[in-house]
Every structure is written in structure tokens, then in C-alpha cells.
Design a binder for this molecule. Structure first.
Ligand SMILES: NC(=O)c1ccc[n+]([C@@H]2O[C@H](COP(=O)([O-])OP(=O)(O)OC[C@H]3O[C@@H](n4cnc5c(N)ncnc54)[C@H](O)[C@@H]3O)[C@@H](O)[C@H]2O)c1
Length: 252
């Protein structure tokens, strides 16, 4: 489902770098950007997308890289800039759920996002944009996954703290998008703990395209620098830190 409120013109020609682009949400982001006229996308991941998912003629390049290595991120961003001609949008989307491994959780979900934001801020010019992918678990407690929730809460607060100065000093917009439950990727669970079942009932379960639609709305709305944006099946796209106030339609 594509947002009626998002003008194609604002996406047309965009050149983007999406980490975790081989995963469920990453692929939905890449598809949504391309279908709205993005000029090119680099998909950066530790695993390649399924064969045949994208063609070179779609304007998609794959970089095999690990976001936990800041030098690999910097190299990938610079290569993306070279391959695509310039870079307008960075989506820090790679993430894991690994409640048995605190170190990996924090390294991938929080430290890598902070480092990639700062690397991207150096590469992107005025008018550039960074969207960090947080989670509903970074806003509301997730009793089944406290390490994951803590790492995502860090992403939310880092983004909100960093955004104003980044915009005033460099003209780069920074936001965090916090999806609730999605039916695919890490949200696709075959055996749910009782707590998860209850949560799925409360927030509803979205398709990846619905989260991609929220990403497009953030890109289209130039006035919402630093906002944490929440999206769930039950509420749609809204600002959770303002009492779940619905997001107004993006200005066209
Ligand atoms: N699916 C959901 O219900 C849901 C809900 C809220 C937030 N999120 C967030 O959305 C993002 C994408 O999740 P998804 O559901 O598409 O999961 P997914 O597992 O399908 O995709 C995650 C991608 O990140 C990649 N990745 C993991 N570690 C990496 C690393 N070190 N370097 C490079 N790439 C790496 C994986 O290979 C994978 O392709 C994550 O940040 C996740 O926390 C997902």
C-alpha cells in the first residue's frame, strides 16, 4: 500500500544506502523507494538478497558488509556515493534479536547505528537525510526481549538528542522510525511466547510495505527533524512521544 500523501516527486531521483537491505523491511524499503522513482539504491548487508530479487537494471547495487565495522560502513558509503553519483538518504536498518548475546545486540543495534549516523553525516550534503530504524520496543517495554528493547531505546534517544544540532550545523535531517509488529523478518515467529501473543493482539501485525510507507512519509515531510515516528497496524503512523498523536499528512 502506497501513501496517497507522499508525492512521487519528493522521492524521484533520490539515491539511497540501506543497511540490512536483504531482510524483510530492508527489501520493502528498497522496493518502495524504487517504485517512487529513486535513481539508485545500495543495499548493504552481511547476506545477499535472494537471487532474482533485484536486477542491476533496477539501479540496485549490493555491498557485502558488516555494520559492526565502522571502517566497512565508511567504505561502503563512499563506494555508494561513487556508484550512484551522490547520496541523499541513509537508512540504518540492519538489526538483530539475540537475547543470548548482549554484546552482539548492542554492537549491531545501537553502536553500529550511532557510528553509521556519524559516518553518513560526513558523506551526505545539505538536504541529505538519515532514518534510523528503531522499534516499538525502544519506546514501550518488551518483556520478552530486554536486551533488544534497551538497544532500540538507545537508538531512539540518540537520534532525538543528535538531530537538532545535525540539522542546524550540516542541514542533514535525522529521524527514527519505530515499527511495532511486522509479519515478516524478525517479526515472523512460529512459536510465540505468551507475552508476544498478547502484544500481537494489542498492536496488530503489519505488512513490511506498511512500514515502508511510513518511511516514505518521513522522507516527504521536511518539517519533522528529530521526530521519533511510530507505526503499528492499530494506530497507523504517529508520534508516540506526543501521546500517540496521529502524524499529519505530509505537505506536498
Ligand atoms: N520485523 C519486525 O517486526 C520489526 C519490528 C520493529 C523493528 N524492526 C527493526 O527493523 C529492522 C529490520 O528488521 P527485519 O524484520 O527486516 O529483520 P530481518 O532479519 O529480515 O533483516 C535484518 C537484516 O539485517 C542484516 N544484518 C544483521 N546484522 C548485520 C550486520 N552486522 N551487518 C549488516 N547487516 C546485518 C541481516 O542479514 C538481515 O538481512 C531491524 O532493525 C529491526 O530491529 C523489525
Amino acid at each position: 500500500m502506497v501513501s496517497q500523501s507522499c508525492s512521487r516527486d519528493k522521492i524521484r531521483g533520490i539515491r539511497a544506502w540501506v543497511s540490512g537491505g536483504s531482510g524483510a523491511l530492508g527489501m520493502a524499503f528498497v522496493r518502495a523507494l524504487l517504485s517512487h522513482g529513486a535513481a539508485g539504491v545500495v543495499l548493504a548487508d552481511i547476506r545477499a538478497p535472494e537471487e532474482g530479487t533485484f536486477r542491476a537494471s533496477d539501479g540496485v547495487h549490493f555491498h557485502y558488509m558488516d555494520v559492526r565495522s565502522v571502517s566497512a560502513v565508511i567504505e561502503s558509503l563512499k563506494r555508494a556515493e561513487h556508484q550512484l553519483g551522490s547520496l541523499d538518504l541513509v537508512v540504518n536498518n540492519a538489526g538483530i534479536v539475540a537475547e543470548h548475546d548482549l554484546e552482539a545486540t548492542v554492537a549491531t543495534n545501537l553502536k553500529a547505528v550511532i557510528e553509521a549516523t556519524e559516518a553518513a553525516a560526513r558523506v551526505l550534503g545539505k538536504g541529505g537525510m538519515i532514518v534510523n530504524i528503531g522499534s516499538a520496543a525502544g519506546i514501550f517495554p518488551a518483556r520478552e526481549a530486554p536486551y533488544y528493547a534497551a538497544s532500540k531505546a538507545g537508538v531512539v534517544m540518540y537520534t532525538r538528542s543528535k538531530a537538532r544540532r545535525l540539522f542546524s550545523e550540516k542541514g542533514v535531517r535525522l529521524n527514527v522510525l519505530c515499527p511495532a509488529w511486522v509479519s515478516a523478518g524478525m517479526g515472523k515467529v512460529t512459536e510465540m511466547a505468551p507475552g508476544w501473543e498478547r502484544l500481537a493482539e494489542v498492536v496488530g501485525v503489519m505488512e513490511p510495505a506498511e512500514v515502508a510507507d511510513a518511511l516514505l512519509r518521513i522522507i516527504c515531510d521536511k518539517e519533522m527533524v528529530g521526530m521519533a515516528v511510530y507505526v503499528s497496524k492499530k494506530t497507523g503512523v504517529c508520534y508516540p512521544l506526543r501521546g500517540l498523536r496521529p502524524m499529519r499528512e505530509a505537505k506536498l
